[in-house]
Design a binder for this molecule. Structure first.
Ligand code: FE2
Length: 88
């Protein structure tokens, strides 16, 4: 279900595949495939929704009340080494 938060939502995908849909500035949906090793950061106020793929399995580590300085927009990073460099 579509929703938003007044805080950042950060997910690190441990296993499986799913889809994070985020609304663009013009209100259209952008679908982002998320899979093992990905990190996605949703900024406060960004409408989003989530769904699983046909395997219906996803293992996620999620932080919903955390702060990452310098993140201005939704990011999805496929390489955890790059992700950690962005977060440091
Ligand atoms: Fe959320």
């Amino acid at each position: 279900m579509e929703h938003l938060h007044d805080h950042e939502e950060i997910r690190f995908i441990l296993d499986g595949v799913g889809y994070e849909d985020v609304r663009d500035f013009d209100g259209s949906w952008i679908r982002i495939e998320i899979k093992k090793g990905d990190l996605i950061v949703l900024p406060p106020g960004m409408y989003h929704r989530f769904t699983l793929d046909e395997d219906q399995y996803l293992k996620v580590s999620q932080c919903t009340h955390c702060h990452v300085s310098g993140v201005q927009s939704s990011i999805m990073i496929s390489n955890i080494d790059q992700a950690m460099q962005r977060l440091v």
